[in-house]
Design a protein around this ligand. Structure first.
Ligand SMILES: [Zn+2]
Ligand SMILES: [Zn+2]
Length: 360
């Protein structure tokens, strides 16, 4: 079976598809699970549900794997190892054959994690989630010893969102800029005020709250014309959803006030919205104990991950835990060109996950 799983991972890797376009990936997973397990496999709207059922009296747990790839120069590629996540869950599914857990287990193969859209849509549209008592998700983590389990009660990964700001003034001859409205100082002023805004919200607390300028555009290379249009793109990031909302509001208020004073208009758009991923502290400690008792190495993160993960949407509805699986100290960072998923992690990862399902 281990060879079959390696083979499946290679096929998923070759089939790499972008967020929301995972049709080939879904077909591979469906074929594998139908052939190799007794799970009931149900194609859903853009995702796949496979269920190990022992009866309505049993509590239901859920496991989630993401499956989308990243855009690359030579087409989509699995730079985040989501092909490996699918292989790990498929391995768990095969390990369940013939076992009695006194639990039902849903395997959720989810699209579009990278854009933050996949989990949110499943949470909003799938009533089955209402019967789930516990949910688990995971990510492979380069930089940590292979197979080590990385945990954190409470916040595991940051909330983040892209904020796109458009400001429109009015053009003027470059010799008479006072006759138009140029948004340059408004947008630059807002950028300079960002550190002060985050400080005001945090009031000395050492939670993370940051705004990164990812892009800015003002007017054009036209020396005869004073700029009238400006765009500013920010990524906001925080340990807590509440802080992120406060920062978003402060930035919008600052831009709106400037526009009112100067007779300009503004427009805002939110992109790639990810909630904070917050683990249930009791479940997390229980899982840590379970793993440690069986000799696995558990490393508790001192700080939440700065990146975001759409698994946070499930954790708003169902208690559970998101955790990391070490991919080796030498493994290149996620999303970088040197990154490769190491198949040696699949077996220990699947065993650790199987343990979370209990044995009746
Ligand atoms: Zn990623
Ligand atoms: Zn990922």
């Amino acid at each position: 079976m281990q060879d079959a799983i390696r083979n499946l991972r290679a096929q998923l890797n070759a089939c790499a598809e972008l967020s929301g376009h995972e049709q080939g990936t879904l077909a591979l997973l469906r074929a594998f699970l139908t052939e190799n397990t007794a799970l009931s496999v149900i194609p859903m709207d853009g995702w796949l549900l496979a269920t190990h059922r022992e009866g309505d009296a049993c509590p239901t747990y859920a496991l989630r794997a993401d499956m989308d790839a990243l855009p690359g120069a030579d087409g989509p590629w699995h730079g985040c190892g989501h092909d490996g996540h699918c292989a790990i869950l498929c391995r768990v599914a095969t390990m369940l054959e013939g076992r009695v857990l006194n639990r039902n287990v849903h395997f959720i193969f989810q699209p579009a994690e990278e854009t933050g859209a996949g989990a949110r849509r499943i949470c909003d549209t799938w009533p089955g989630l209402g019967n789930v008592e516990r949910i688990f998700g995971f990510h492979n983590l380069p930089g940590y010893p292979i197979g080590h389990l990385l945990t954190r009660p409470g916040c595991f990964a940051c909330a983040s969102e892209g904020l796109s700001i458009s400001v429109t003034g009015s053009p003027a001859h470059a010799a008479y800029p006072e006759r138009g409205e140029n948004p340059a100082d408004l947008l630059c002023g807002a950028v300079l005020r960002l550190p002060g805004m985050t400080e005001d919200i945090l009031r000395g607390d050492d939670r993370l709250l940051m705004a990164t300028v990812t892009g800015m555009k003002l007017g054009d290379e036209n020396y005869g014309l004073s700029a009238s249009d400006g765009r500013l793109w920010l990524t906001l990031r925080a340990h807590r959803d509440e802080d992120l909302r406060l920062l978003e509001t402060a930035i919008k208020d600052c831009i709106r006030a400037g526009c009112r004073e100067r007779n300009m208009t503004c427009r805002f758009e939110m992109r790639d919205v990810f909630p904070d991923t917050v683990n249930d502290p009791i479940i997390t400690r229980e899982c840590e104990d379970l793993w440690r008792e069986s000799g696995r190495i558990v490393q508790r993160l001192t700080e939440p991950m700065r990146w975001s993960e759409d698994f946070g949407w499930y954790l708003k509805r169902v208690p559970g835990m998101y955790f990391g699986i070490g991919m080796g100290r030498e493994c290149a960072d996620l999303h970088t060109s040197g990154y490769r998923f190491d198949d040696d992690v699949t077996e220990p990862a699947a065993e650790a996950i199987l343990q979370l399902l209990g044995n009746g």
